[in-house]
Design a protein around this ligand. Structure first.
Ligand SMILES: NC(=O)c1ccc[n+]([C@@H]2O[C@H](COP(=O)([O-])OP(=O)(O)OC[C@H]3O[C@@H](n4cnc5c(N)ncnc54)[C@H](O)[C@@H]3O)[C@@H](O)[C@H]2O)c1
Length: 484
């Protein structure tokens, strides 16, 4: 670890020197790096798909959709928008401040730390990096030790494409993260669990470093079957895609559980079965389209959740597991006990609990009784229910009539609230996430208002009262001696 401490010190020194040189502030440098990221992903598509298969058993199509393609799109958006994003924004100052002018400029924080998680190890590493570079920062990435092949590939490839005096990768687990967190950073961007998020925030507090925490939680999905009865095929397909089609449910925005009226539950279960078969065939384990559980520890966590006898009794589909292959079959539960672990911790696996309610309106109270989720999904055409969801619940995002798609849409901010995180990124929001918005005011020395300065008297007090209210006409009367 002494050697690692030395490496971190040296890396940080180099990145700080590079930032101080001003190189990373130039738009040209930022664009060159963004182009290099696109080139790196293009050149290494096969290798990246290979490591995602080795670490997670991801099919290359899934890997391209969720990681490589996503990153290239994100870098391209930044590249095409950067000229617009960096332009200082003029502020229209109230007349009160005349003749001063105002504007806001986005300045890079400096040297930022990105800590990413294992479930989308390429995109969750490179996408924050794209934001950090766009904003003109130097950046150090530590990917997750639980996706070691992806982490090693990034550590090997990034230095040969990007400016390695400004952009660095260090590999390692919690011990390395701890060393990194002992240093002062200008911004920390963390993707991971709420538990570790607290450690990150505590370490950041030591130096008053701003943090973005992209955390997880349980994302509920409401099915208001009355209003979407004609579209149930698509509803079931979309939920199935959201639960089983992306890293086997090991995604922060995956559908965690479904809320539906009791009367519709058994029809719903029957509708899921053929969809799962159409996705993965009769034997999902051999389909090549089911990502595996990341580690034995995570597999054992899932088996512990499922092996609760009360949860076992709620299995209505699937439920088989293979520890050697780290495989969990797409599984559906009907009404597992609400006090069971599976209903209280983020599932992060291919298990879908269906919770029944007497009336779908009760879903609002159900969701409100839990920590604020990263996403709420609701299949409904009932405008009143939509309004209730938006006004009575709090979550990172709400998506009506679809799942997970909000993540891909970089015109929308992505991030959590409460236990699901703080801060947001994607598209322009990534640029803002890694920029300090500096307020610039330019005053004029041409005139001075005596009312600003002591000695105080009633005239000045009246003047200040009117000024705060922007009562300009009365101010003129006051100054002309026509008002007291
Ligand atoms: N909001 C999002 O965008 C998003 C995306 C993916 C995953 N997640 C969440 O991440 C979690 C799963 O990811 P994970 O298992 O990699 O999370 P994690 O919190 O265990 O690890 C995340 C990162 O923190 C580091 N870390 C681990 N222990 C540490 C310690 N003691 N001190 C400092 N750093 C430490 C890891 O090395 C890794 O780089 C889930 O909760 C999921 O919802 C959120």
């Amino acid at each position: 670890m002494e050697a690692m401490k030395e490496t971190v010190d040296q890396s940080l020194r180099e990145m700080r020197d590079t930032f101080a040189s001003g190189r990373t502030r130039s738009v040209k440098w930022r664009k060159t790096q963004l182009e290099a990221i696109i080139e790196m992903v293009k050149d290494n598509e096969d290798k990246m798909c290979d490591v995602l298969f080795q670490d997670l058993g991801k099919h290359s199509t899934e890997a391209f959709r969720d990681e490589l393609g996503f990153v290239m799109r994100s870098a391209t958006t930044a590249l095409n928008s950067l000229d617009k994003w960096v332009v200082p924004r003029k502020s229209n100052l109230p007349l009160l401040f005349y003749p001063a002018t105002g504007k806001v400029i986005s300045e890079p924080y400096g040297t930022v730390l990105v800590l990413s998680s294992w479930n989308f190890p390429i995109s969750l590493s490179l996408d924050p990096m794209i934001g950090a570079i766009s904003a003109g920062n130097t950046v150090l990435l530590k990917a997750s030790e639980l996706s070691p092949n992806a982490s090693a590939l990034l550590a090997k490839t990034i230095p040969s494409y990007l400016d390695n005096k400004a952009i660095k990768v260090i590999e390692g687990g919690p011990d390395v993260a701890t060393i990194l967190l002992q240093h002062q950073w200008d911004k920390i961007f963390f993707t991971g669990s709420p538990r570790i998020g607290k450690i990150i925030m505590a370490a950041a507090a030591e130096h008053l470093t701003p943090v973005t925490l992209e955390l997880g939680g349980k994302c509920p999905t409401i099915i208001d079957h009355h209003s979407v009865s004609k579209d149930m095929k698509s509803v079931v397909k979309r939920i199935s895609g959201g639960k089983w089609g992306s890293c086997s449910g090991q995604a922060c925005i995956s559908v965690d559980y479904v809320l539906v009226e009791q009367s519709f539950a058994s029809s719903l279960i029957e509708m899921f079965k053929p969809v799962i078969k159409s996705f993965f065939g009769e034997n999902p384990k051999e389909s090549g389209c089911v990502a595996r559980i990341v580690t034995k520890k995570h597999f054992q966590r899932l088996s512990r959740l499922l092996n609760d006898p009360r949860v076992q009794a709620s299995i209505v589909y699937g439920g088989s597991m293979d520890e050697e292959k780290l495989y969990v079959e797409p599984t559906i539960l009907l009404n597992p006990p609400l006090d069971s672990e599976i209903m209280n911790e983020e599932i992060f696996g291919p298990v879908l609990p269906i919770i029944t309610l007497r009336d779908i309106q009760e879903s609002i109270g159900f969701i409100k009784s839990k920590p604020k989720p990263l996403a709420i999904y609701a299949f409904t055409k009932d405008e009143k229910l939509k309004t209730r969801i938006l006004s009575e619940t709090s979550s990172g995002s709400v998506t009506f009539n679809d799942v997970m798609i909000q993540y891909m849409c970089d015109a929308l901010p992505f991030g959590g609230v409460g236990e699901s995180g703080m801060g947001r990124y994607h598209g322009k929001y990534s640029f803002e996430c890694f920029s300090h918005e500096k307020a610039i005011m330019e005053g004029s020395l041409a005139m001075d208002l005596e009312a600003r300065y002591p000695p105080w008297n009633n005239f000045k007090l009246t003047f200040i009262r009117l000024a705060f209210r922007e009562a300009y006409f009365k101010l003129v009367l006051l100054m002309l001696g026509l008002k007291r």
